[in-house]
Design a protein. Structure first.
Length: 199
């Protein structure tokens, strides 16, 4: 291999493609995200590994006071502060030697932590989840798939089962003054002989 080809290879990705497929774009916190990484190559090269990259990023609008030399006064500058809340790199394959015409699909599974933050977006802050596929190559730029934005939501609350309380009323029984049969105090006449209850 010539010196110039080696130099060129250091700055160019191999002729290969990688794509990541998932069955849906919305997931609940605590759910397993399952998908597949599909690879094909039109060049012979060595990969160090194949992986998915799951990322959760918190982005917030901030302001700070800075002295402006041109205006000769302090001015408020707006900037965005970005913090990585979660990252996971599930590996689907170790070192691989790819040849011309190579074509393979690798399934993967990665958990979205139950204690993570759900996706949201406002004028001053946002939490975003994303995932992509990567073919890592030593000494050359990695090959990456398109980044897929995910919608992560809180799990739906399980339905609440409310048990109805039985209301038991105490019924006072009284004897009929004529035949002695017990009947409820609320009744107006004896169910046996038909005599009216004396009030």
């Amino acid at each position: 291999m010539s010196f110039f080809k080696k130099l060129k290879d250091r700055f160019t990705t191999p002729k290969a493609t990688v794509s990541l497929t998932i069955p849906k774009n919305t997931f609940e916190l605590g759910e397993d995200l399952k998908g597949a990484i599909v690879m094909s190559s039109q060049e012979e090269f060595d990969a160090t590994e194949v992986r998915a990259e799951l990322r959760c990023t918190d982005k917030r609008r901030r302001e700070k006071s800075e002295y402006d030399e041109r205006q000769r006064r302090h001015v408020q500058r707006v900037y965005w502060e970005t913090v990585a809340l979660h990252s996971a790199d599930p590996k689907v394959s170790g070192a691989l030697h790819l040849t011309v015409g190579f074509n393979q699909t690798f399934p993967f599974s990665v958990n979205i932590p139950a204690g993570g933050q759900e996706t949201f977006d406002s004028a001053d802050a946002s939490v975003t989840w994303s995932i992509k596929g990567v073919i890592a190559i030593e000494g050359r730029p990695d090959i990456t798939s398109e980044t897929i934005e995910l919608q992560v939501i809180r799990p739906a609350a399980p339905p609440t089962i409310v048990k109805e309380r039985e209301i038991v009323k105490e019924v006072v029984m009284i004897p009929c003054e004529y035949c002695g049969t017990l009947f409820p105090q609320t009744a107006t006449s004896c169910p046996k002989c038909g005599a009216s209850r004396k009030r």
